[in-house]
Design a protein around this ligand. Sequence first.
Ligand SMILES: [Fe+2]
Length: 627
Amino acid sequence: MLPYDVLDYASRAKFYFILRHDTPVRHTPRSFKSGNCFSTVSVHSDEFKAQNDNQAARSLETFIISMQPEENTSRVPQKMVGWYDPLQLLQTAQQVAVSSVFGQYSDHRLVEVLAVHKQPVDYHDYTKKEDGREREEIWIDYVSDTGDGWDSTYAIAYYASQPSLSVTESDGQAYHTRPGSILILGGDEVYPTPSRKEYNARLVCPYEIAQKKTSPPHPHVFAIPGNHDWYDGLVAFTRLFLCKDWFAGWKCPQQRSYFALKLPHDWWLMGTDVQLGSDIDGPQVEYFKKAAAAMGPHDRIILCNAEPHWIYEHIYSEYDHEVFNESNLKFLESEVFHREIDIFLAGDLHHYRRHESIKDGVRKQKITAGGGGAFLHPTHGPDVSSLAEGYELKKSFPEPNISARLCWRNLAFPLFNKYFGALTGGFYLLTAWMVLAPIANLGLKEGWAAVEITFETIIRDPVIALWIVLVFAGIWLFTDTHSRKYRFLAGTVHGLAHLLAIFGLGWAAGYLSSELLGFRGFWSFPIAGVIIFAGGWIIGSCLMGLYLAISLNLFHRHQNEAFSSLGSPDWKNFLRLKINRDGLTLFPIGIRRVPRRWKPSTGIVSKMEPDDRSASEPELIESPIKI
Ligand SMILES: [Fe+2]
């Protein structure tokens, strides 16, 4: 029976509820397009009451959830974060600035140590099953950089949750894999900035729909915070993973933002928290030392780090060695674990790239696999084919040539970033307004005179001259900050291109409104202003896209900016590890194109399943890696 107050509420009002495939509604939509609110339909109370109680009871849980406004909005499928939306740019800048300051003066990891409410342990032991018997085999899933748009985040959550997943190599050989008894979330669990609402909407919701309930033995989840989790000082992350007992269908035994897991057959998995400043705090070092004390002489380590320091050191250490280096990892190896780490895993870069070195016949791995949901990062650009200590690049997903081709999509920048133009349009208008050179009556043949008059207008007024200097300063700041030379040269060219565009647009708008359209006096100004704003919206965006495409494809700069602009949900990946008596086998699983359409699932684990023929099936990115 439904509780009286729920029925009463239903009988009085038209209400909304979350749709499940067993929900008693006659007109169930067959499938839903992403971007719409797929899970919300409205029905009248008499329809609901017409169903028998058993059916209604099955829907009760989702029905009640739907009556809570906050939860209801979290059920709306999220679009990929629009990093170039003006409001988003402001919000990100503000949160990064605040967190950087507070991160230095108030380290949440120190508070965690005092605030653990679960029974403290030195490490989590997975060598035995729940019934006390030795565990012969364990499967672990590694998913990093999740919590962005619905399609990409849910695609990975869905495939990682299925009772079995067959993946095929390019030569046709199939492998049957099983879902992890442990799920490792490798960092940046949510985008763009953390809050309870964003975690619910972008991470918890997809994982609950993928697997809300499990039967014993329940899988466990451990999460590493990345920089995006740290932007609120780790408050929302702590509430989600350290204070609660469940994350969707996974149990949360985690006690701190870092962890040590003892695995069967002499393997350990360590998860670090390097905060925003890429450092490891004292209590964390002590924690890992205790775990290290429990290691046998032949025990081997998988280390999960939020950032691939081996890539950043290679690319950026010549510009800022203080920040971009592998000293954290080396410190852990030499001073804490007293052995070399066998497998490094990291996200932060949203692609798959594996580097391998063979030392004394032992294969060692450094793998970047941040493909859990966030926009794709390029695999072309700076040369990372050989890293320090003999690590060689073995595989990239997507291949660098595909990545370079994708980058040219920036030429259609305004289509991917519809609202960015408001920023350039406003900036073009403001600049033209300030300069207001009297050139509207000059024709094309008087181009040089127009340039001279404009230049004279600028240098005669110190406020305008200062404004132009500020414009250049802003563009230099935006330009890839690692190379000063590139920042100055490319920033100058980029700035001049915009100023030239403003000059041309301002001149054309003045000529168009007064000479061609015949507006004189007062009306010529607003008409010209509208033309400048609209033209600046399009031309400014196009120039930005052109700048990003050229910067990355020709000069290997702006890897992040030139791909966050595309917001591609495709080319996703996660890692599946199997440890048994034969050793460790690592299955890198990729999806080239994630589904865009979903329908209620007929399976027992997930509530939604793909309904998109253009989507790709999960595949093995490369042959399983045996260690
Ligand atoms: Fe990330």
